[in-house]
Ligand binder design. Structure first.
Ligand SMILES: [Zn+2]
Ligand SMILES: [Zn+2]
Length: 256
């Protein structure tokens, strides 16, 4: 059957006449553009404050930071109230970008995740790599572990955005990516609700398929968004139980 329709031809003509605009500002894609975002929009992407809770990374007001003689911020060992009450199962969680209802980060993440814009993964991994300098020592980890999707969800979506980000980051730092070692054994509805509901939703959802690959390793879990940390905590717990020496978490964005 001839798959090309009048509509396809019309859309192809439109694309020739009116090139694809920037995903964020709808301006033209000139030099410096990548993943269908223009150079100025990439340059203007806001960053999450680099300093916050030593454990979960929750940003603190900058008033606490009095750099010591080595230039490290004074609050680098301070944990937020929640992490003081209960230490998370991960060593640290850090993120590059602020995720909110306004601003450019949410549309970028949604375009990557649901909009079939896989071309965004490479430039976003570069953003994570650049932001890591102030946030997390990538070389302190033996391997990167993307938060897995259940195979059914992966099939529907066509790719795993966390794995795509881990690929770019792993290549940049020369660290292996353990792709199929952490698996989602139970399909879960998308995370929603408060921390307790999110914890319940992911409880028992993950397993380690090859404990030998994680034993005594320092692993960096990679995901797109850190919301309450429930998914990261569950993954970290499962990896630690399988013998990982430590688990860090690095996400593209974090809900602020
Ligand atoms: Zn733009
Ligand atoms: Zn914390």
């Amino acid at each position: 059957m001839l798959a090309v329709t009048v509509r396809d031809l019309w859309e192809a003509c439109l694309r020739l006449l009116f090139p694809v605009p920037c995903l964020l500002c709808a301006g033209p894609l000139a030099s410096g553009a990548s993943g269908q975002v223009c150079g100025p929009c990439w340059a203007a992407l806001p960053r999450l404050p680099a300093h916050g809770c030593a454990a979960c990374g929750r940003p603190f007001a900058p008033v606490r930071a009095a750099p010591d003689e080595a230039g490290h911020p004074g609050d680098s060992h301070v944990r937020c109230g929640a992490c003081q009450r209960q230490r998370p199962p991960y060593e640290l969680a850090r993120a590059a970008l602020p995720y909110g209802d306004t601003g450019p980060v949410k549309p970028l993440v949604l375009a990557l995740k649901h909009g079939h814009r896989q071309a965004l993964a490479a430039p976003l991994a570069r953003v994570m790599h650049a932001a890591a300098a102030e946030r997390v020592d990538l070389m302190a980890f033996d391997a990167l572990v993307p938060v897995p999707l259940h195979r059914r969800r992966r099939r529907e979506r066509g790719f795993n955005q966390a794995a795509a980000l881990a690929d770019g980051l792993g290549r940049a730092v020369g660290r292996p990516i353990l792709r199929h070692v952490l698996v989602r054994v139970r399909p879960t509805p998308p995370q929603a609700g408060d921390r307790a509901a999110r914890r319940r939703n992911v409880r028992g959802a993950f397993a380690v398929s090859a404990p030998g690959a994680v034993r005594e390793k320092r692993l960096l879990l990679i995901d797109d968004v850190f919301t309450t940390g429930a998914t990261a905590e569950e993954c970290a717990r499962v990896l630690r139980r399988a013998g990982a020496a430590a688990v860090g978490v690095y996400t593209l964005a974090r809900v602020t």
